[in-house]
Design a protein around this ligand. Structure first.
Ligand code: PLP
Length: 372
């Protein structure tokens, strides 16, 4: 059963273009395909990574990681959203060769304890998560010496990666904070590498990668840019990613086209009244499909590449557009582009501005329709 009338189309050619562009920055990439590749589909995304010879991928949950492993991805998989290790998820991670994060003493002790009951697992690969200023997950710098000693005393624990996340890499005004995070990370890396010389380091989301905050040896973790959007949009750093191409397109059909006479109002609460004769169309997408109800004046969709304004309240599965000024007359069944497409396409950045959010949320929300 499909719950939604709208369709998500993914331009994998553009996805490849964006990855190639980022590869030119000269860093090892660990593209982030968590949350079903920001709504684009993690399985297919992992195929594209394989085809480009990219042998690191970051996903969210262990289950997402297992999904891409079973789908055939052979590179390193890092699970960013790791639960406290127990025997079961350690065994799963180990058997599917997935690298979970351990980010707390609870996690470290639980892993050591679980491993003591799993004598067949002699080397459990994991990533140490360090908190350098995000204050979300991770060990602080001052804990790392003790962390290293603890890990070294548990032979089955094999740290292969040190990882941290920037809080403000997409804000050029906060460059100092980002630099401080990078320095703290470097100190942490020195401590751990003293005990584990083979340890790799991963710092830098898209913004960290393109603004050169990440150091040359770091494995960078671009997310937003691989889907075609610039996290530095609207800042002094805009454009550093290069000419990205948007990957997601969303369409929905017109279900009704009819006149709205002068003086008539429309939709719930009658927020729109026609001041002249109008031709209106109802599009089969609404807030149940992630098309936000609270949208600013000026919100548009496109038909054959021409913009049409959204009018009246967005409803659960339908939204109204004003078709009056189109140079042609659409009919029920015609497709409307809610995001992307030909001509004067609506970008996720624009939708984000109209919805009071960020393009990340726009693509995650609309992308869910591909699984509906
Ligand atoms: C989501 C995420 C990224 C990717 O960030 P973008 O801003 O999309 O480039 C990188 N690292 C971690 C830990 C993340 O959670």
């Amino acid at each position: 059963m499909t719950a939604s009338s709208c369709r998500v189309h993914i331009r994998w050619d553009n996805f490849r273009h964006n990855l190639l562009l980022l590869q030119e920055k000269g860093k090892t990439l660990m593209p982030v395909i968590k949350a079903d590749a920001y709504g684009h589909g993690a399985l297919r995304a992992s195929e594209e990574l394989s085809a480009l010879g990219i042998d690191w991928a970051a996903i969210g949950t262990l289950e997402e990681g297992i999904g891409i492993r079973l789908h055939g991805y052979q590179g390193n998989i890092v699970s960013l959203l790791s639960r406290t290790p127990d025997g079961e998820n350690i065994r799963l991670a180990h058997s599917h060769n997935i690298i979970p994060l351990i980010h707390s003493w609870d996690g470290l002790r639980a892993a050591a304890e679980a491993l003591s009951a799993l004598p067949d697992i002699q080397s459990f690969r994991f990533a140490v998560k360090m908190d350098t200023g995000m204050r979300r997950l991770g060990f602080r710098l001052e804990e790392l010496e003790e962390v290293a000693t603890f890990i070294a005393s548990t032979p089955a624990l094999s740290p292969c990666l040190l990882l941290s996340h920037f809080a403000t890499a997409d804000m050029p005004d906060e460059e100092e904070y980002t630099q401080t995070q990078a320095e703290i990370f470097q100190q942490g890396a020195n401590i751990l590498r003293h005990h584990f010389p083979e340890l790799l380091c991963s710092l830098g989301n898209t913004a960290g990668l393109v603004s050169h905050t990440a150091r040359s040896g770091d494995i960078c973790r671009p997310g937003l840019a691989i889907y075609g959007y610039d996290p530095l949009f609207g800042t002094a750093g805009e454009g550093q990613c290069g000419p990205l191409l948007p990957v997601m397109e969303v369409t929905a059909p017109l279900v009704s086209v009819h006149p709205l006479h002068k003086g008539e109002s429309l939709s719930y609460a009658r927020t729109y009244t026609a001041e002249s004769e109008r031709l209106v169309g109802w599009v089969a997408i609404g807030y149940a499909d992630g098309y936000k109800r609270n949208t600013a004046a000026g919100t548009c969709m496109t038909i054959n590449g021409v913009r049409v304004p959204v009018i009246g309240r967005v409803t659960m599965q339908m939204t109204c557009v004003d078709l009056t000024d189109l140079p042609f007359t659409p009919k029920a069944g015609d497709m409307v582009h809610v995001l992307g497409g030909p001509g004067h396409a609506v970008s996720a950045q624009e939708l984000a501005d109209w919805w009071g959010t960020i393009p990340y949320e726009v693509i995650c929300l609309l992308g869910k329709n591909s699984r509906a």
